[in-house]
Design a protein around this ligand. Structure first.
Ligand SMILES: Cc1cc2nc3c(=O)[nH]c(=O)nc-3n(C[C@H](O)[C@H](O)[C@H](O)COP(=O)(O)OP(=O)(O)OC[C@H]3O[C@@H](n4cnc5c(N)ncnc54)[C@H](O)[C@@H]3O)c2cc1C
Length: 367
């Protein structure tokens, strides 16, 4: 008999399992259909002894002190700050776009003040009156020329849709730097767990009140276990047997290569918006700080089908999700938490914050 059945051992599931078990002394059964904990943040040492992220590169960054402090209970940090270059016009230029990006691309030496004037002019020239889609949003921030060089083709590759077909939110968060800051994120807390994500997750679920069951789809064990309440972090449409249809996702194929050189590229990630079928190449050793005579890189190819990675941001998909959300709201004693259950692209920190909020709600219920 368990107090909680938790479906999914990613950030949402592990955070709630840890809090309920260690914080409230609840008995928890934590189930995942995969053969490992950690969800999409799972990492492991490959056969060449290099630490890699199985589901694509994960860099932790947050401005939420509560979340940083919480994870710091289980890990030390490698204080990594991510750097990205974008391969445009045959040059590798800093991304997000900053003063150096514009100077390198246009072969000039303008100042920060000139850069502000430049953006004011190109945004005015773009003449967007009403923001209806992701293209309008992008050109209203960077103008047509930079949109064409950095965003137009990347978006098409990533989503197999034109920017005109995607919701404005896709490009709403394009970071722009009116300075020379070359970092990809500017959050005050950034890094990767010093010994890897999986090592950290193992410590989160080590409490004896947590029983872990891997390689198990929760639907297959429902008749065999007794529990009071459920926390569900899997796909919401699967929970309801797809009664309203499937929620669409964009997925990725990953190609890993280990090269017999110490370093392959100058920064963690290089984006290829306009060339090749992959969107980006990441070299793990930049992220993890690992010392090794060889290096492993990962190519990301966006695909249809496969693992559900990115909810597709279109109005009709949101409507479909809302139908499932209404079903979920009718159920007492079941909490839907995380990126699959809420059909929402969450960064890791926001998933943890959300899980901690759900924990706060459970405490208030005093059951
Ligand atoms: C390529 C890529 C790169 C990313 N990079 C970053 C990054 O750099 N920084 C960042 O902050 N965020 C990043 N993210 C986002 C990050 O992966 C998510 O925020 C995080 O994994 C969400 O945690 P979760 O627990 O909600 O979901 P998940 O990690 O997906 O965990 C859900 C778990 O539920 C399990 N499950 C599903 N169905 C069932 C079932 N029927 N029975 C049992 N178990 C089930 C799944 O196997 C999975 O393990 C990235 C995402 C992707 C796709």
């Amino acid at each position: 008999m368990y107090d909680f059945l938790i479906v999914g051992a990613g950030f949402a599931g592990c955070t709630l399992a840890e809090r309920l078990a260690a914080g409230l002394n609840k008995k928890v059964l934590l189930v995942d259909k995969r053969n490992h904990i950690g969800g999409n943040a799972y990492d492991y040492y490959n056969k060449d002894g290099i630490l890699v992220h199985q589901y694509g590169p994960h860099i932790f960054h947050t401005n939420i002190k509560r979340v940083w402090n919480y994870l710091s209970l289980f890990t030390d940090w490698h204080y990594y700050q991510h750097r990205v270059l974008s391969h445009v016009d045959g040059l590798k230029v800093p991304f997000p776009i900053n003063l150096d990006t514009v100077n390198m691309l246009f072969g000039q030496q303008i100042s920060v003040f000139d850069l502000i004037d430049y953006f004011n002019k190109v945004v005015h020239d773009a003449g967007v009156k009403e923001i209806k889609n992701a293209r309008d949003m992008a050109v209203s921030r960077v103008g047509n020329e930079l949109y064409n060089k950095f965003f137009k083709n990347y978006t098409k590759k990533q989503w197999a849709l034109l920017s005109e077909e995607l919701a404005p939110e896709v490009t709403a968060r394009i970071p722009l730097r009116i300075n020379r800051d070359p970092r990809y994120f500017v959050d005050p807390y950034q890094g990767v767990p010093r010994y890897g994500y999986t090592w950290m997750f193992q410590r989160m679920v080590a409490d004896p009140n947590i029983h872990l069951l891997l390689n198990a789809d929760y639907k297959k064990i429902l008749n065999e276990v007794k529990f009071d309440r459920m926390i569900y972090t899997g796909p919401i449409d699967y929970f309801f047997d797809y009664i309203h249809g499937r929620l669409p996702y964009r997925s990725l194929d990953f190609e890993f290569q280990t090269l017999h050189v110490e370093q392959f590229q100058e920064v963690g990630t290089i984006n290829y918006p306009n060339d090749y079928d992959f969107t980006r190449i990441t070299e793990f050793k930049h992220l993890t700080g690992q010392k090794h005579p060889w290096t492993t890189i990962i190519y990301e190819y966006p695909v249809e089908g496969g693992e559900p990675f990115y909810p597709i941001p279109k109005a009709e998909n949101k409507e479909l999700f809302n139908k499932y959300k209404s079903e979920a709201q009718k159920l007492k004693s079941i909490y839907f938490v995380g990126r699959l259950a809420e059909y929402c692209y969450y960064n890791m920190d926001l998933v943890i914050e959300r899980a901690l909020e759900v924990f706060d709600e459970i405490i208030k219920e005093k059951i």
